[in-house]
Design a protein around this ligand. Structure first.
Ligand SMILES: Cc1cc2nc3c(=O)[nH]c(=O)nc-3n(C[C@H](O)[C@H](O)[C@H](O)COP(=O)(O)OP(=O)(O)OC[C@H]3O[C@@H](n4cnc5c(N)ncnc54)[C@H](O)[C@@H]3O)c2cc1C
Length: 494
């Protein structure tokens, strides 16, 4: 028998920890079981030889969304954790050797854009204004609310809303209307990769991403993104939540239309009134629940791309790199095709570098550097025959060559150590289906809103989901929102 007001949460990612705070503050006795020895999941941390790495998430995007969720938890940014606004959000390096600093300094942005294409600054302003209006509309009408029934979603009003949100247009086509220059078109669409999408096929709704960056700016939390995890964790512990690490859940027990408890790898059974799965939703359906039909349906959905990540501890500092740098491939479109059509990786890929020492000297020993290189790649398929290690080695050579071109000529000899994550590593360490890091489920319009797997199981009416693979989607700000929405639903329904 389930005990009154008890909750078990499977996984201590951002979604799991945040949900635990809401529930504990409503009087639930909450226990979080985490398969790994440390918290945070994709917002976790690695420290080695004085070098500190954010495991996955590095960009603090959409600060207003953090504020909105944190306000409801009485967490005050810059009181509970410190942030620094970044004037240069990132520097873009195009395949033809030219550069562009995406910056909140309007004069500097104008100067750069106008030197690339006359009149483009005004066009960029228009694009950003429209994109930010879409962002606000999408939060209030699509992403920031629970849909309890199909007819709350499928209404004439929402059909018009989806039209307004530009879900019928491809992002790359939409941006063509604003700029003639190919590099500018790329600069305002490549952000689709944040949610694991191809800008040539993703809806123009995602013009919200660069618009949010340039309107709200980007922050860096002192101590890295893990300081968000740490802040949430201390709030949860203060509210009485119990965290049990190194304790995978291997099964969710069900009876009729209820989930009655979980079985841990150590063999014990824990009963609870409410169960919340923060582990990847498709994995939970496939591996922890008995219903094959739903698991197969979700398994056949569209999945986001993955990423090969190289964390480098370096015996030299490279101040030439900004805090965030994005290197776009010379064969940009071909590279995207390799990722999204062939689920693979091109030999000369696009990549992103996080250099936290620029804003926080404590991320590396003095005069040394800490870099994380994120190379978006295809996810892996069942029975995948690709030689991922070879693809990684080739990409590594290409990254080093690209860095040499901007003056980091001796970087290879200063790599003291490398920690590498391949698509399989994401699956093995976090249980992410197909190692699809930015979802795992993709964010096409048929997998958003009511069409994304719901935050409550259809049959087991006390089994809830929180995290990147349920509503509203992936990325720390949306996952925070997911925890808020799921918690509100639990409090309303249980
Ligand atoms: C390379 C990379 C770069 C990213 N960059 C950014 C960025 O710059 N900005 C941003 O906002 N977002 C970014 N993201 C996305 C962001 O990290 C995720 O959206 C977010 O952290 C996901 O949180 P979650 O709550 O869904 O849980 P997850 O992080 O997926 O955590 C789930 C937890 O469940 C645990 N678990 C799984 N199975 C079990 C089980 N059976 N029993 C017990 N525990 C289990 C896992 O170990 C894990 O701790 C990035 C992600 C990656 C991988």
């Amino acid at each position: 028998m389930a005990v009154e007001k008890t909750a078990v949460i499977i996984g201590s990612g951002i979604g799991g920890i945040t949900t635990s705070i809401y529930l504990a503050r409503q009087g639930y006795r909450v226990t979080v079981y985490e398969k790994n020895t440390t918290p945070g999941g994709r917002c976790g941390q690695i420290i080695r030889d004085g070098h500190r790495f954010d495991l996955g998430a590095t960009i603090y995007l959409m600060p207003q969304l953090y504020r909105q969720v944190f306000e409801s938890l009485h967490i005050i940014p810059d009181e509970n954790y410190k942030t620094t606004p970044l004037t240069t959000i990132y520097k873009l390096y195009f395949g033809d050797g030219t550069e562009l600093a995406f910056t909140t300094d309007k004069n500097h942005l104008k100067e750069q854009l106008e030197s690339i294409e006359k009149g483009s600054y005004q066009q960029a302003e228009k694009l950003i204004k429209k994109g930010y209006a879409l962002f606000q509309l999408s939060i209030s009408s699509l992403l920031g609310r629970n849909f309890y029934h199909l007819f709350q979603f499928v209404t004439l009003k929402n059909a018009l809303l989806l039209f307004k949100l530009k879900t019928h247009q491809k992002h790359a086509n939409y941006v063509k209307r604003f700029f003639k220059n190919e590099n500018l078109r790329k600069a305002f669409t490549f952000q689709n990769i944040y949610v694991g999408q191809n800008p040539y096929t993703a809806p123009a709704l995602f013009s919200i991403l660069p618009a949010a960056e340039l309107t709200e700016g980007s922050l860096f939390p002192t101590g890295g993104m893990f300081s968000i995890t740490r802040t949430l964790l201390s709030m949860a512990e203060a509210a009485g939540v119990r965290f049990v690490y190194n304790e995978p859940v291997i099964k969710i027990l069900t009876a009729k239309n209820r989930a009655t408890g979980v079985v841990l790898q150590n063999g014990s059974t824990i009963n609870a009134k409410v169960i919340v799965a923060n582990a990847d939703l498709p994995y939970v359906y496939k591996e922890l629940l008995p219903d094959r039909h739903s698991a197969n349906r979700i398994n056949n959905m569209n999945y986001s791309c993955s990423a090969i990540v190289l964390h480098w501890g370096l015996s030299k500092a490279y101040p030439q790199l900004e805090h965030h740098s994005v290197f776009l491939a010379e064969e940009y479109r071909d590279n995207l095709n390799k990722i999204f059509r062939h689920q693979s990786l091109g030999s000369d890929p696009s990549f992103y570098i996080h250099a936290p020492v620029r804003s926080d000297a404590t991320a590396a020993p003095e005069a040394y550097d800490t870099l994380s290189i994120i190379i978006p790649s295809g996810h892996f398929k069942e029975n995948d025959k690709q030689a991922w290690n070879d693809l990684k080695n080739q990409a590594r050579i290409s990254v080093i060559e690209r860095l040499k071109k901007i003056g980091l000529t001796d970087i290879e000899e200063h790599i003291k150590f490398e920690i590498c994550y391949l698509p399989q590593t994401w699956k093995n360490s976090i249980n992410l289906t197909r190692g699809a890091t930015f979802g795992s489920l993709g964010h096409n319009i048929f997998q958003m809103g009511y069409f994304r797997p719901h935050n409550r199981h259809n049959k087991y009416r006390n089994l809830y989901f929180t995290g990147g693979s349920t509503h509203p989607g992936n990325g720390v700000p949306l996952v925070l929102l997911s925890a808020k929405l799921t918690s509100e639903r639990i409090i309303k329904e249980q």
